[in-house]
Design a protein around this ligand. Sequence first.
Ligand SMILES: [Zn+2]
Length: 334
Amino acid sequence: MISNNQVDLDVLIKACECLKEYFVKTNNTERKPVEIFLALLSQSTEYIESGYVASDLFFDANDICRRSDNVKADYLAAKDFITRHRKGFDKLVKDNIKDISHFCSLNNVGYLPIIKSTDSSGGHKAYFYIDLIPLSDNITLEVGLKTKRSIDSVVIEYSVPQLPKAVTWAKPLLNLKISGWKFYSYIGLPILAFVIAYCLLLWNLFALSNASLIYTIIMGSVLGGLYYLLVPFYEAISKRIGIAPVWLTKLKIVSSQLRYVRTESKRSNGKPIRALQLVVYQAKCPICGNEVLIEKGKYAHKGRLVGVCDESPREHIFSFDHATKRGKLISYVF
Ligand SMILES: [Zn+2]
């Protein structure tokens, strides 16, 4: 139904936040066209945080009117209002494009958010959404126009179509900024486990009894269980990205990753505080066009994450670099 299901949510959020900052700095936030954009942005952000995919981020005129405190009597009035101010938004951006481009480039943002709508002919409701266009011709059109790429290329480009929500009971494990005592408990837990295991071993060596054996078995199971539960988090923290355990996400998400992202806050030594975040990296196979999902590498690629094609999982295997979102075709055996 809508065309922006290839939009990368990381890029979308960054570009929108940058434009928002521009409007704040230039005292434009009180203007109706900007209000519409900000309403659309806050609604989209809420959806992204709730785990919706990029292609779900479209809203009807009533939604946006309500969100921007411009409630209208009926749908038609709301649609007219949004359509009018959407044009105003286009004009405002066009009139200031030089300034905006400059501001975006200073913030390392290469894309410009625009408001788009779906076709409303034939009595369908029109839906509005934010799309991105590249700010400079030097930037490849990787966000909006991925399908136009030549499929002969063996370079693969990954995108982030979703930041899924964790299952309710696991939320406290994520969403926390890892600093202070949390950081020390991250280091402290394995040490504690080691000390307990060592004490139990000594106890068994010097005074083997039923009690010592039972305690060892119980502690062994507890520590083993904890290891199984926590190892993906440790991997994500030390390697910056790992495969998310299946129990962390809702069933309909086939494959997701855990990444350790920088937050806005800084530690006392100036380094950014990081937090764990669930994310889905995906790509289209440049060889056959099927879906590529991220998996743990096997055999020669042990210890790496690789992109594996759904159609040809033995041959269409790609390297995966979450920082550049790019990869190359790699073969199984060197
Ligand atoms: Zn393939």
